[in-house]
Design a protein around this ligand. Structure first.
Ligand SMILES: Nc1ncnc2c1ncn2[C@@H]1O[C@H](COP(=O)(O)OP(=O)(O)OP(=O)(O)O)[C@@H](O)[C@H]1O
Ligand SMILES: CCCCCCCCCCCCC/C=C/[C@@H](O)[C@H](CO)NC(=O)CCCCC
Ligand SMILES: [Ca+2]
Length: 578
């Protein structure tokens, strides 16, 4: 490491600086009597994007002035995005001048060597999939104007495929030769990410000879990293893992080889794997919103607002039996008011726990999930009743619409998910629940809401006999507490907001809605990361840290500074380059 140390005078413009490369950091301090408190700009070597000979600019266009004495350093520079989200990353650039070519070459050589040593996960070769139709259809333009120049600067070679059909990226990952690729980048939204997720997990299990259909099998963690360049109409996974929806920020995380493990939930029916989910698995309200929104795709992203309103007004609740396997309550809780931020200690401790059997048995995970054996049946908790929604999320699922997300204290990589049960309640109560997602108010602090940190969940419909009796008495929590009067104003699966009365019952347990004149079904559908599942009765298991993203979780601006933003002491040492 000492071999990388280099120290000399350098000029930036007409000012002289003392520059030091220590291995981990590259610092430069102005040599000037006026700079009494020795303000230093310090860039971690891991955040240096590239080093070029001459005076170079790459964004918005590449401009090179080839000189003998100059070199240009590109690095990550942070700027606040405000609010609860993380920091935006920008491309910092400083042009240094040396007295001669020998020193200039020494600096470029040392900096490049330091980069190799201190950023072992930087990608060299990437497979890029662009969905040209995602979001505002700007995927191609975003890639070529923002991402490709950065990849070139960082010496990354990329193989770019602009997709021509849905599932092309997934099929490519499942079948084609992937030799030499360090990671896969998707340019698109959550749907495109889900394709890549399925391709990468499926390919890894194929190569490991593991059966994805068996929920008890410990899946092989994936070595290919996934990068997300947000270019969709919903970019929830990007927002929740980076803290911003910003192509440049995401591209910089990819280039410097950041690595964020992510929990993945496998969803099975009685026979096989149905899908994987990282964000939201939602039955009832969220399932209905998605199903309704599919009919209004032409509205674009606005279709969720429209469908959300329609589904809210239809005021439906659904009968179900939910069983869950609680996670260890001593490790963390969905109500502990913490947030999973970059360098999260709960996730770090989970890494040791999840991979502990490595040293004992030589395999990464224990080969079987013992909790699915009949001996562990007693560990499962079972609840039954009518729900406005049942949701399972492996992470916070924060997004611009809900900056703290479905479960603000959920963790990206702790091997658990949060199960949110919203019991049937009055319309105002449910509105309060929804509204709290948009602010810092606790959406779980309501009598008709429960949240549990879990390792696995099962959902089934009640047998028709059970449903009949529960239709009259309700299950789970106390009726009055949850917002319905003891007199039983609740009436079946759908009650119209305007008149408070259910429509005439239809055969098969459905009701006719007075407002929209459509039949409300007895069962809802599952929304799995924005896709409707073809089955209702499911078993879900959380696989801790199954994939890795080129991300680092949400950075906490306050923690980076170590104190308030105007603090001089902090500014001197800080890695927050203004
Ligand atoms: N060339 C293509 N033609 C049609 N569909 C595609 C193509 N490439 C990818 N897809 C599919 O388009 C879906 C939506 O893409 P994506 O998530 O990128 O955009 P989005 O605008 O956020 O999506 P959504 O419409 O779900 O909000 C994905 O499920 C993906 O499988
Ligand atoms: C009165 C104010 C009401 C405001 C209500 C706000 C509630 C928002 C909660 C945020 C939930 C985000 C969950 C993430 C879901 C994604 O995996 C998925 C794929 O992109 N998106 C949808 O299913 C799209 C459908 C999302 C349905 C909301
Ligand atoms: Ca988790």
């Amino acid at each position: 490491m000492e071999a990388e140390r280099l120290e000399s005078s350098l000029w930036v413009g007409n000012k002289r600086y003392r520059a030091v490369l220590t291995g981990w950091h590259f610092n430069w301090t102005e040599v000037d009597k006026k700079n009494r408190d020795k303000k230093t700009i310090s860039v971690p070597v891991a955040e240096v994007v590239g080093v070029e000979e001459g005076r170079v600019e790459i964004l918005p266009q590449k401009v090179v002035e080839d000189t003998d004495k100059d070199f240009t350093v590109f690095y990550v520079k942070r700027s606040s995005s405000g609010g609860s989200s993380g920091l935006l990353w920008r491309l910092g650039r400083t042009q240094f001048s040396c007295p001669g070519r020998v020193l200039r070459d020494q600096w470029t050589k040392h900096l490049r060597a330091a980069l190799k040593t201190h950023s072992p996960l930087r990608p060299h070769k990437l497979l890029v999939f662009i969905n040209p139709f995602g979001g505002k259809k700007k995927g191609r333009a975003i890639y070529h104007s923002v991402v490709a120049p950065l990849f070139e600067l960082a010496g990354i070679s990329s193989h770019v495929i602009v997709t021509e059909r849905a599932n092309q990226a997934r099929d490519h990952l499942l079948k084609k030769d992937l030799t030499g690729f360090d990671g896969v980048v998707c340019v698109g939204g959550d749907g495109m990410f889900s394709e890549i997720l399925h391709g990468v997990i499926g390919r890894t299990q194929q190569e490991a000879g593991l059966c994805e259909n068996d929920p008890a099998v410990a899946l092989q963690p994936c070595s290919l990293h996934i990068g997300i360049i947000p270019a969709g109409s919903t970019d929830c996974v990007c927002y929740a893992t980076v803290g911003a929806i910003d192509p440049l920020t995401s591209a910089l995380h990819i280039v410097i080889g950041d690595s964020q493990p992510l929990d993945v939930c496998s969803v099975h029916d009685a026979a096989a794997l149905v899908r994987y989910s990282v964000s939201m698995l939602g039955y009832g309200f969220y399932g209905d919103v998605l199903a309704e929104s599919e009919k209004h795709r032409w509205m674009g992203p606005l279709r969720y607002d429209y469908s959300g309103t329609m589904v809210y007004l239809s005021n439906r609740s659904y009968a179900g039996v939910v069983q869950y396997l609680p996670a260890d309550p001593l490790l963390s809780s969905p109500r502990d008011k913490t947030r999973c931020l970059s360098g999260c200690s709960v996730c770090s401790r989970s890494t040791e726990r999840l991979f502990h059997s490595f040293s004992d048995s030589g395999s990464l995970y224990s080969s079987h999930f013992s909790e699915f054996s009949s001996d562990s049946e007693g560990d499962w908790v079972s609840v039954e009743g009518r729900f406005r929604c049942v949701s399972l999320t492996c992470m916070s699922s924060s997004c611009p619409r809900s900056p703290y997300g479905l479960s603000p204290s959920a963790h990206l990589a702790d091997g658990t998910g949060d199960l949110i049960l919203v019991w049937e309640t009055n319309p105002l109560g449910f509105l309060k629940f929804l509204y709290r997602h948009t602010s810092t108010q606790d959406q779980f602090d309501l009598p008709f809401v429960e949240v549990h940190r879990v390792k696995a969940v099962r959902f089934c419909l009640p047998s028709s006999k059970e449903e009949e009796s529960h239709g009259e008495t309700g299950g789970g929590a106390d009726e009055e507490e949850r917002g319905y009067g003891a007199a039983g104003s609740r009436a079946g699966s759908q009650q119209h907001l305007a008149d408070g009365a259910a429509g005439p019952e239809k055969p098969g347990g459905a009701f006719l809605c007075g407002l929209c004149r459509s039949a409300a079904p007895a069962a809802s559908v599952w929304n799995c990361d924005g896709e409707i599942l073809p089955v209702t009765e499911i078993l879900c298991r959380v696989h801790g840290q199954l994939v890795r993203l080129y991300a680092r979780g949400i950075e906490d601006a306050a923690a980076l500074h170590g104190c308030s933003e105007d603090c001089d002491e902090c500014e001197r040492r800080c890695i927050f380059n203004k």
